[in-house]
Design a binder for this molecule. Structure first.
Ligand SMILES: [Zn+2]
Length: 457
């Protein structure tokens, strides 16, 4: 608050001396650097990479928080400096402070970043900085700079089928330690700060808050946010750079604050962690074998709608993944198990997605067979315990198959996977109810209610 006032006084004094027109002229209008990718290829690459993130990271579909991030992002998108990429905003459950932007628009914010911000303007600053990396196409620019010979040919090759990520992984476009699309140069950082500051001011937020937040993360040798600072290295004296830039800007009121930030911070602080399953919680008394584990689906259901189907799910579970396409995981926090490789698997919960989406005209029985073979390929211990039997799904023909596999929970002898399939225009819709073997009998009725709740638009 005090910052803003002093900045405005300075800005006014400078304007009186130089005249407003000249001041505008001194502001740089940053443009993307040279790039082998077309903007459309940025978008395609970013979408593929985002799908990967959805599969391997605990992306939390908390509507309230995602709507809030989207609201802030949309305010920033109105700035001409935001460019025209189709931005989308996502929340990742992670105790490490970080944020990243994928080429072409997907923005991911770790929950810890929201908790570390002191106010809405600081969070807006992170968004504006990340969106600037997208608008200025830093990820694909960096990859282009470092692969001058090979990349043009590889990009041409990538046009003929296959995924861009697959074709271009060797050029630092994957998610490994050397990923170029996530690690930026100090020049790119300075540009993202500069452009982001303008976006913030256009949207009615004090750009100094962005610089202050980054300074906060850098305090004490950067112990607070090592990953963020490795991906976004300090270009040097961020506060001073933004202060100088502010002096070139026209005087503005920074009054865009929605007032929602403290509430959202509270919501984020209460999102359950995707931690390891520890069995029944010992709630004071000695745990009895009757006690429901924390993950067991609540009998109270709540509704979920995608573009392709709707259903009800247990109110104590969360929806993760791509809500629009309907490829989602619905699970309690303790149902997601993080492996030693960092990838998250579902130990207790439900997965819904489409299979054979590209082939069209799927036959229910053979499609289900192929899907089971595919699942067995990924999971060699999986066996069919009860062969497919006909059921009704959303008023049409479906199949229900019971599979056994290995549970990621060490105290479980096996996992029961109830597979439900039905054919839709988008391909075969399948649901897998993943359940620790010892829990399966208790949750049958809830699963049947979920299956019974499925409707199609
Ligand atoms: Zn950055």
């Amino acid at each position: 608050m005090n910052m803003r006032t002093s900045r405005r006084i300075l800005g006014t004094a400078a304007a009186a001396v130089c005249g407003a027109v000249l001041l505008h002229a001194e502001l740089k209008y940053l443009k993307p650097g040279f790039n082998f990718f077309s903007p459309e290829q940025d978008i395609k690459l970013g979408q593929e990479a985002a799908a990967q993130v959805m599969k391997t990271q605990p992306v939390v579909n908390n509507k309230e928080v995602v709507d809030y991030l989207t609201l802030l992002g949309k305010k920033l998108q109105k700035s001409p400096r935001a460019g025209t990429f189709p931005f989308s905003y996502h929340l990742i459950y992670d105790k490490n402070i970080n944020a990243f932007a994928l080429p072409g628009g997907p923005i991911f914010i770790n929950s810890a970043t929201i908790l570390a911000a002191d106010n809405e303007a600081q969070l807006v600053g992170v968004l504006a900085h990340e969106m600037s990396h997208v608008a200025l196409r830093h990820g694909t620019h960096e990859a282009s700079k470092q692969n001058l010979i090979a990349l043009p040919a590889a990009l041409a090759g990538a046009m003929f089928g296959g995924t861009m990520l697959g074709s271009l992984a060797q050029y630092g476009l994957g998610f490994g330690a050397n990923s170029l699309i996530l690690k930026f140069s100090r020049d790119a950082e300075a540009q993202a700060d500069y452009n982001g500051a303008e976006m913030m001011a256009d949207a009615g937020y004090n750009p100094l808050e962005m610089a202050h937040f980054f300074e906060k993360l850098e305090a004490n040798g950067g112990k607070m946010a090592p990953q963020f600072l490795s991906d976004h290295p300090n270009p040097g004296n961020r506060v001073k750079a933004v202060e100088e830039e502010l002096q070139q800007m026209p005087q503005r009121d920074y009054n865009a604050n929605t007032g929602e930030f403290p509430h959202i911070k509270d919501v984020v602080s209460r999102i359950p962690p995707p931690g390891n399953y520890k069995g029944a919680p010992a709630q004071g008394a000695a745990p009895s074998s009757q006690q429901a584990p924390v993950a067991r689906p609540d009998a109270t259901l709540t509704s979920f709608s995608s573009n392709s189907y709707s259903l009800e799910y247990p109110s104590n579970w969360q929806v993760y993944g791509d809500q629009q396409s309907g490829a989602v995981t619905v699970a309690p926090g303790s149902g997601l198990v993080k492996g030693s490789d960092g990838a998250t698997s579902v130990g207790y919960g439900m997965i819904a997605s489409f299979y054979g989406a590209d082939t069209g005209n799927v036959n229910l029985r053979t499609g289900t067979q192929q899907l089971i073979q595919q699942l067995q390929k990924e999971n060699p211990q999986m066996t069919v315990a009860k062969a497919a039997r006909p059921i009704r799904v959303g008023g049409q023909e479906g199949l229900e198959t019971v599979l056994y596999s290995h549970s990621p929970y060490p105290n479980e002898a096996r996992e029961v996977d109830l597979l439900v399939t039905t054919v839709r225009p988008q391909g075969m819709l399948y649901l897998v109810f993943v359940t620790p073997g010892s829990e399966y009998d208790q949750v049958q009725s809830v699963y049947q209610r979920i299956i019974g709740s499925i409707t199609f638009p």
